[in-house]
Design a protein. Structure first.
Length: 305
């Protein structure tokens, strides 16, 4: 069909052969074979060249449409196969900083603008559950040190670290520690620790309580909340102080201060979760984005010790 269209567009078998980068005899043979297969003449040959017959004009019209369909099908298949179109469902734990999700999805969008993205949030347990049941493609949660083998809970799932960040202390701007360069957690233990609950973010909750208790904080002086935003609101209300991942510092509003912590504590790890048997090209593209983030072991200057 491509050869035939080239011939009628050029009006000459010789010129069509040059356009197709082939010699004239093989092109003539192919045209004759096409006419023999269809049982009709498609070309009227004369001294000035060739022109389509009535049957040839019908064939040319249908051929153009078929070739457009073939190209469209090819483009669609390649688009899906390369992960530049399709769907992606992401679910995040409530303690994960929105900035991380925004960065990952923004990078994905830049390379695959036709991907339809849906986002949901919930407790860490809900994230695990939705991924394991195939209700979402990928999830983001905070992982505590003792959860390093958490994928054993669901052997069909994979996890990989996408970001590491230190802890920061958050308190009102009129707090006695507000004028310091770094927050001494020991000095904060006279206050109440406000932290996201173990029920919603067990990994993060475990690390925050470990940091609090290692500085001598009383585990009974801990008030749990349902979210990071509620935690910050209670701190602003003067009900206590918070220890949170450094990315949360970007969420701190006027009236609150976030400072790096003086004591050493393990970095908070954010992991991505996906099904081991997942075959989605869009998910594979998203995983490449998530796992190509800057080296997570390097802390930014304001937090480096």
């Amino acid at each position: 069909m491509e050869y035939y269209l080239a011939v009628i567009e050029e009006g000459s078998i010789t010129r069509a052969a040059e356009r197709l980068h082939m010699s004239q005899p093989p092109l003539t043979v192919r045209l004759k074979a096409l006419e023999t297969e269809l049982g009709v003449e498609l070309l009227s040959r004369h001294g000035r060249g060739v022109e389509p017959t009535a049957a040839g004009r019908v064939f040319a019209d249908r051929a153009r449409r078929l070739l457009i369909d073939v190209q469209g099908t090819t483009d669609a298949v390649r688009s899906v196969g390369h992960g530049v179109s399709g769907t992606l469902a992401v679910v995040t734990g409530g303690s994960v900083a929105p900035s991380l999700l925004a960065s990952l999805l923004g990078t994905l969008r830049a390379g695959a603008p036709d991907v339809a993205i849906s986002v949901a949030s919930g407790t860490d347990a809900a994230v695990w559950d939705r991924i394991s049941h195939g209700e979402a493609d990928a999830g983001l949660i905070h992982l505590a040190p003792r959860q390093a083998d958490a994928q054993g809970r669901w052997r069909a799932l994979e996890t990989a670290v996408v970001a590491r960040e230190p802890l920061v202390a958050v308190f009102r701007e009129d707090h006695p520690s507000a004028g310091h360069e770094r927050a001494d957690v020991v000095a904060l233990t006279a206050d109440t620790l406000i932290a996201p609950a173990a029920a919603s973010a067990p990994g993060l909750n475990e690390q925050l309580l470990a940091a609090w208790q290692s500085a001598g904080g009383n585990p009974e002086h801990v008030r749990e909340t349902d979210s990071i935003l509620t935690t910050l609101a209670l701190v602003e209300a003067g009900l206590g102080v918070a220890i949170l991942p450094a990315a949360v510092a970007a969420m701190v509003w006027r009236g609150l201060i976030a400072l790096p912590i003086l004591q050493h504590h393990p970095a908070v790890e954010t992991v991505i979760i996906w099904r081991r048997d997942a075959t989605s090209p869009v998910l594979r593209r998203f995983l490449r984005v998530a796992l190509s983030t800057p080296e997570p072991d390097v802390l930014s200057p304001e937090h480096a010790r």
